[in-house]
Design a binder for this molecule. Structure first.
Ligand SMILES: Nc1nc2c(c(=O)[nH]1)N[C@H]1C(S)=C(S)[C@@H](COP(=O)(O)O)O[C@H]1N2
Ligand SMILES: [Mo]
Length: 246
């Protein structure tokens, strides 16, 4: 089993003063509320920390198709593309001690991971792609999650008829070692169609959880006040499961 200590601390990044949230009773409490950590709960945690299968270069799909939004239509996004995302800043805020605004260069210098994984869309297709991105856990460690934080909300640059796309995950997926903010796909800069400049890879979840065009990550204590309250665009609109574990 992967040591959670190893998974979180690794990369003392941009800011010093790691919070080591993973080791603290407060961290366990925020995952499990005030409940005692039962055997069943422990097993669940262990399973959810397991890695998604990784593949080799020979398994890569010849084409990794794009789905959903292919190019956000806002003026803001168009300007970012025109400037090759030099003005892009990822905001990390909400229930954190140190809100951050990170440029793409800063993200590229953050502790990174590369992985070849299979993406499964509920619409009935899969594709194997190679992703490189900043590991989310060290970024969160730098921002310093407050004890009340239970979920992360990913706010995206695109919308469908005026409703912004968003997604959310709990802290188990947020801190999973394969959860990255990808800026590269198949060894090239992430294409616009696949979520440039930054898209979430949350490899134990179905395709719609992998938010593209991520502009802001908000740490929250509850999801019922975000969007229509179900934790994601498709969860709100089409009744998709919030927990889409695979
Ligand atoms: N912002 C945003 N993220 C999104 C979507 C979207 O339309 N907008 N579509 C989702 C769905 S349903 C899938 S299957 C994947 C598709 O990723 P791809 O375009 O790289 O294939 O992105 C997900 N993330
Ligand atoms: Mo999808």
């Amino acid at each position: 089993m992967i040591s959670r200590r190893g998974l979180l601390i690794g990369g003392g990044l941009i800011l010093s003063g790691c919070d080591h949230v993973n080791e603290s009773p407060a961290f366990r409490e925020l995952l499990f509320g005030t409940e005692k950590l039962t055997m069943a709960g422990q097993r669940l945690v262990t399973d959810r920390h397991a890695l998604a299968r990784e593949f080799g270069a020979a398994d890569l799909s010849p084409v990794f198709r794009a789905n959903g939004t292919m190019r956000p239509g806002s003026d803001l996004y168009r300007r970012l593309v025109d400037g090759n995302f030099a003005d892009y800043r990822l905001r990390i805020d909400g229930l954190v001690r140190r809100p951050m605004a990170l440029s793409l260069d800063q993200l590229r210098r953050a502790p990174a991971r590369t992985q070849i994984t299979r993406h499964d869309c509920v619409e009935g297709w899969s594709a194997i792609g190679k992703w490189t991105g900043a590991r989310l856990a060290p970024l969160l460690n730098s921002a310093g999650l407050l004890p009340a934080a239970r979920y992360l909300v990913f706010h995206c640059a695109d919308d469908f008829s005026g409703t912004p796309y968003y997604e959310s995950v709990d802290l188990i997926d947020a801190l999973h070692p394969q959860t990255i903010l990808a800026y590269a796909m198949n060894d090239a800069q992430l294409p616009v169609a696949n979520g440039a400049p930054l898209r979430l890879r949350v490899e134990r979840q179905l395709g719609y959880k992998h938010a593209k065009y991520v502009m802001r990550i908000e740490a929250v204590d509850r999801l019922d006040r975000i969007g229509l309250g179900k934790g994601g665009f498709w969860e709100d609109r089409a009744g998709y499961e919030w927990y889409a574990g695979i």
